[in-house]
Ligand binder design. Structure first.
Ligand SMILES: [Zn+2]
Ligand SMILES: [Zn+2]
Length: 237
């Protein structure tokens, strides 16, 4: 482990410490630990992204087609209910289309302070347009009506790539929480009137404060279920 002098929080336990250590293998600038114990306990979550990044690489998320959104439910530990299968870590080149005009900014994520860009290979190439990707459609909703733009509804976007606009690593845990947040917003728009989400008017909760409360609670709920990677909220997401 290498010493870091920045006064930030341990990725695992959240302790605020002047002396934190980077992972010596990947030297990630955003994963830091207060000591060996926290590093070891965090390893199952960190392992998938423990790779020394090249200058032109960014950690993003791949969402395979037929990711059928909240209908799958969350919290299961195997098979289709495993959100780990819904969101895959992938290394993205800095000149990937997602960062160009072909990447679309998800407006709700921008409103809440975690701007995400999404890219559909099928929309870009016209190949594979039939495959549904409901999880990505949720992320892409417009704040005015809770619906994705027409081209997202008319054609299945197939496999999608999602990255943080600020090019910091996007983790599975963060995108899962954001997806659940958008699912709750969609409930709030009244498309599922039976399940009152208790949020009205919906636009008033599209704020960084609401997102932070939601995601902090969500991380805590997942921790209580014993899921790895939800150790601490916010930095790094
Ligand atoms: Zn710690
Ligand atoms: Zn590492």
């Amino acid at each position: 482990m290498q010493s870091s002098r920045r006064n930030e929080m341990c990725t695992k336990c959240g302790i605020d410490s002047e002396k934190l250590y980077n992972c010596s293998r990947c030297k990630s600038a955003v994963t830091r630990y207060c000591g060996r114990k926290c590093q070891e306990e965090h390893w199952p979550a960190h392992k998938p992204i423990c790779t020394p990044l090249k200058q032109d690489e960014v950690w993003g998320i791949k969402i395979p087609p037929n990711a059928s959104g909240r209908l799958l439910g969350i919290g299961g530990s195997r098979g289709e209910n495993d959100p780990g299968r819904l969101f895959e870590h992938v290394l993205i080149k800095a000149d990937h289309h997602v960062f160009s005009m072909r990447g679309e900014l998800c407006p709700v994520t921008q409103l809440v302070g975690l701007p995400l860009l999404v890219y559909s290979e099928a929309f870009a190439t016209g190949v594979g347009l039939d495959a549904n990707n409901q999880a990505t459609v949720y992320l892409r909703i417009e704040p005015e009506n809770g619906l994705a733009p027409l081209h997202w509804q008319m054609n299945g976007p197939g496999t999608c790539i999602v990255v943080r606009q600020d090019r910091r690593p996007l983790t599975r845990q963060a995108i899962e929480a954001m997806w659940q947040f958008t699912a709750k917003l969609i409930d709030g728009f009244g498309y599922a009137r039976d399940s009152d989400c208790g949020w009205a008017p919906v636009q008033s909760v599209m704020t960084p404060a609401s997102w932070q409360i939601f995601s902090r609670d969500y991380y805590q709920q997942q921790r209580e279920k014993g899921r790895v990677g939800f150790d601490k909220f916010w930095e790094p997401l």
